[in-house]
Design a protein around this ligand. Structure first.
Ligand code: FES
Length: 157
């Protein structure tokens, strides 16, 4: 079911968590760089070739980042409900096999919860559920930070 994909942020129909990025990585590692291969990939995902190109650009940033530049992976509740665990495992394995895994960092939330599983490189967040990249330089909470203090959740007085 792919016809519900819209650029307004609704989820597209690919059932594989993080499938857009995994396929971009697969094409890259297998040297499939022709426009036809990318069009076919976009079609198979049920997204536009423009959106797939956006994902490929994110992938380029991911695999060419400095070794100490972290790949930030969201392990918040919503992203995990959208399949973050299996996605992270497949992605790390694919990046490692290609020799480009580098540093990774788990965080609790990247503020794009409905569109995950989400991940971030530099200031760019890839929402794999919608094949959209969002510029976002807001800080994230490291997974070691624990729950927010109750005072943070208090209603405004
Ligand atoms: S839980 Fe992943 S972005 Fe919020």
């Amino acid at each position: 079911v792919t016809e519900d994909r819209e650029t307004s942020g609704r989820r597209y129909g690919n059932p594989v968590p993080g499938g857009v990025l995994l396929l971009a990585h697969e094409l890259w590692t297998s040297g499939q760089t022709s426009p036809e291969a990318h069009e076919e990939a976009a079609r198979s995902l049920g997204i536009s070739t423009e959106d797939f190109e956006t994902v490929r650009e994110f992938h380029r940033r991911l695999v060419s980042r400095a070794h100490d530049e972290p790949l930030v992976l969201c392990r918040g509740v919503s992203c995990r409900m959208h399949g973050a665990d299996s996605f992270h495992s497949a992605l790390k394995s694919g990046l490692d096999s290609a020799g480009v895994l580098g540093r990774t960092m788990d965080v609790l939330c990247l503020s794009q919860c409905p569109h995950g599983p989400n991940l971030k490189v530099q200031q760019m967040v890839l929402c794999t559920g919608t094949a959209a990249v969002i510029a976002d330089d807001r800080p994230w909470r490291p997974i070691t930070a624990g729950p927010r203090p109750v005072v943070d959740a208090a209603p405004p007085s």
